[in-house]
Design a protein around this ligand. Structure first.
Ligand SMILES: Cc1cc2nc3c(=O)[nH]c(=O)nc-3n(C[C@H](O)[C@H](O)[C@H](O)COP(=O)(O)O)c2cc1C
Ligand SMILES: Cc1ncc(COP(=O)(O)O)c(CN)c1O
Length: 215
């Protein structure tokens, strides 16, 4: 059986991205796009992004994570350092991030290097999480094969007893990565599939080379 999805055909026509209107700093444009998308209350989890890594087997692998912080240096997400992605990053810190905001017909691609954030930063974020999520980080040996759902539940039950009325410390294998970009691409959907694609490549600490790419 062949399942055809040919009839999904959306016309992108909400915005445009023109050289004369963009900032010289890509972080500024990213911030503007996030803020604009945030004003649309129908959009859920605008902070989802796909992080792609190169695995130990040489294959790329992508998965969605949550962007928790960004500044003029980079983009931070939290995860298990011993997960598949954690091991891949330790072996090869070259990653890409992809944001897709369908409501604003926009995509942002980022190429960069992932670095662990400081222990103090990871501690601070970990302590801001709900206790259930903190215990979840202890319970889950992320990316490993487990025998059953019950296995996880039992671990959680034990942890709940162990940490009853006690603060939960951050596992040393759980923390943040900050992706320091060397390239951004901002994609704005346009009619006739002739989209706007503006790329920023880092030239030095402060300067970025701006190019328009064919859609
Ligand atoms: C919306 C959404 C948000 C997620 N956020 C995170 C996250 O912030 N950190 C994380 O480790 N996993 C997150 N996950 C789970 C990851 O997609 C993935 O399953 C997990 O990190 C294991 O990936 P790995 O085995 O490739 O390392 C999220 C999944 C979804 C769908
Ligand atoms: C497994 C896992 N780890 C970490 C996170 C980070 O986000 P939060 O601190 O909001 O749980 C998520 C978010 N969905 C997650 O699924």
């Amino acid at each position: 059986m062949k399942n055809r999805l040919h009839d999904y055909r959306k016309l992108y026509e909400k915005h445009q991205l023109l050289e004369e209107e963009i900032p010289t700093d890509p972080f500024e444009l990213f911030h503007y796009w996030i803020k604009e998308t945030e004003t649309n209350k129908e959009v859920e989890e605008i902070n989802t992004m796909t992080v792609s890594t190169v695995g130990l087997d040489g294959f790329p692998r992508s998965r969605v994570v949550l962007l928790k912080e960004y500044d003029r240096e980079g983009f931070v997400f939290y995860t298990n350092y011993l997960s598949e992605k954690g091991k891949s990053i330790e072996n090869n810190p070259k990653v890409s991030l992809t944001f897709f905001w369908p409501a604003s017909e926009r995509q942002v691609l980022i190429k960069g290097i992932a670095r662990k954030v400081s222990d103090a930063e990871s501690d601070e974020y970990f302590q801001s999480r709900p206790r259930g999520s903190q215990l979840g980080a202890w319970a889950s040996n992320q990316s490993s094969v487990i025998p059953s759902r019950e296995f996880l539940q039992k671990k959680l039950d034990l942890l709940e007893k162990e940490y009853e009325n006690k603060p939960i410390p951050r596992p040393s294998h759980w923390g943040g990565y900050k992706v320091i970009p060397s390239e951004f691409e901002f994609w704005q959907g346009r009619p006739n599939r002739l989209h706007d694609r503006i790329s920023y490549s880092r030239e030095n600490e402060l300067e970025w080379k701006i190019d328009r790419l064919a859609p």
